[in-house]
Design a protein around this ligand. Structure first.
Ligand code: ATP
Length: 431
């Protein structure tokens, strides 16, 4: 063996006749008479390795990590048209007895068990595909925004105030003070717009002390946050969100067809997104579905019905719900000019579930202070945020998308935990 440089499985069909070293996990071993067949897996695919004579005497547990050396030969017995005639096999790390059988095409194991043994379950083709797609999804999101002149920012997750109001903030001791884990980067992304960047985005964890264990809430999730300055109106913000999603959907489709096939997911082209006001949505719920809505919002059931409604009527998986009342939107939300009881805000529903909140923000200091007071909040407690408006921040708006929430919907997963490698919920702090 001249060199022991590792070759990847995806490169093997170009190296037929060559002696190579491969490293990976043992997906399966089976014996056929005197010959052993080892199915090797690395991050690029699977390769059949043929073990004869003394190589076949080595005892190896499935999912162990091995290094195999041998000659690549052409074959018509495997999908990639190549197999390895093994001359040497080394076990680099031995796997223990596995808690469930990982090599089935479809795992018949409960979600909790899969999450408890995450390093193992993530190796399964269908589970692995979710996170490969998630990674490409985020790359597409980043690429599009940077092409559009956005700067990627990083803002603190240890904060002195919750930005979204409500009780769902985690509090902890920060030396001699009390501090919070950021519920959203809202204040900081607005400040960065004002800091001269005009257009910013952040991809980072946010924390919500939700006490209910629902199938669509986590206590830590990744927020895809966007904020843009010098806008004329909230329509521009919705347009930007539509365009970024159109780009990302196409981007993933072009790069992850294999993984989409594994998950049996078809990604349709995203066209126009219909819009309706919250009042219209609530009227539809009342008239068509005989459902009442909570004051100034939609509940989970309502989101589902509206999702069905737009699918039937417009063939769309998405719908923007606009003009939420001031009472149910945060203090920084821009009131609507024609009807100041309403706001220039929106949610985006995808397959009957909210994936985004967004809107135009108040950009004048005096109006912002008044809005805090109207909400019964003391502006002095938000001084650092409010003071930044003294240096003049342009008209601006933005939105936040929950990454795990959109991936769950994108891939038709039944539970948001499936879209998180290591989910945090009320009961789960490990692994
Ligand atoms: P919901 O009504 O679904 O609880 P929210 O109105 O509290 O959401 P926002 O504060 O508007 O959510 O957050 C914006 C987006 O962040 C949501 O549309 C969703 O995609 C995501 N999100 C919010 N809370 C959670 C959570 N606990 N777990 C996962 N994603 C979340």
């Amino acid at each position: 063996m001249e060199s022991s440089k590792r070759v990847l499985i995806s490169e093997c069909n170009m190296l037929i006749g060559k002696e190579v070293v491969l490293k990976g996990w043992v997906k399966k071993i089976r014996q056929l008479g005197k010959v052993g067949f080892l199915l090797l897996r690395d991050r690029t695919g699977l390769l059949q390795c043929v073990l004869e004579q003394e190589q076949n005497q080595v005892k190896i547990e499935t999912e162990s990590v091995v290094q195999v050396t041998g000659i690549l030969v052409k074959t018509d017995k495997t999908a990639n048209g190549v197999e390895l005639q093994v001359s040497e096999i080394l076990v680099l790390a031995e796997a223990d007895l596995l808690p469930f059988e990982i090599n089935k095409k479809k795992l018949n194991v409960g979600l909790d068990h899969l999450l408890n043994h995450r390093v193992l379950s993530l190796r399964h083709e269908q589970i692995n595909a979710i996170f490969t797609i998630q990674s490409v999804f985020v790359k597409g999101f980043t690429d599009f925004l940077m092409q559009e002149g956005f700067t990627r920012i990083f803002t603190p997750k240890i904060v002195s105030q919750g930005a979204e109001g409500g009780a769902n903030v985690f509090t902890f001791n920060y030396f001699d003070k009390s501090a919070y884990l950021a519920q959203s980067p809202q204040f900081y992304k607005q400040m960065m717009v004002g800091a001269g960047f005009e257009r910013v985005f952040e991809i980072a964890p946010v924390y919500r002390a939700e006490e209910h264990n629902s199938s669509r809430h986590l206590n830590e999730y990744i927020s895809l946050d966007v904020e843009m300055g010098f806008i004329e109106n909230v329509e521009e913000v919705m347009e930007m969100e539509k365009r970024v999603l159109q780009y990302v959907f196409q981007y993933v489709k072009e790069r992850c067809q294999k993984q989409l096939d594994v998950l049996q997911v078809d990604i349709p082209v995203l066209n126009e997104i219909p819009k309706m006001t919250l009042a219209e949505a609530q009227a539809i719920l009342k008239e068509t579905y005989q459902k009442d809505s909570p004051e100034g919002d939609l509940n989970t059931e309502g989101e589902k019905c509206i999702g069905n409604y737009v699918k039937d009527k417009y063939g769309s998986d998405f719908v923007f719900i606009t003009n939420y009342p001031r009472a149910t939107r945060p203090m920084y939300t821009m009131p609507n000019k024609e009807n100041p009881e309403l706001t220039d805000s929106f949610d985006l529903l995808y397959k009957g579930s909210e994936i985004t909140s967004g809107g135009q923000r108040i950009h004048r200091k005096g109006e912002l202070i008044a809005s805090f007071r109207e909400k019964g909040l003391n502006p002095n407690e938000f001084k650092a945020y409010i003071d930044s408006f003294a240096y003049a921040i342009p008209p601006h708006g933005g939105f936040g998308i929950g990454l795990e929430r959109i991936i769950m919907k994108f891939l038709n997963l039944g539970n948001i935990r499936e879209a998180s490698a290591f989910p945090r919920d009320c009961d789960r702090l490990i692994p």
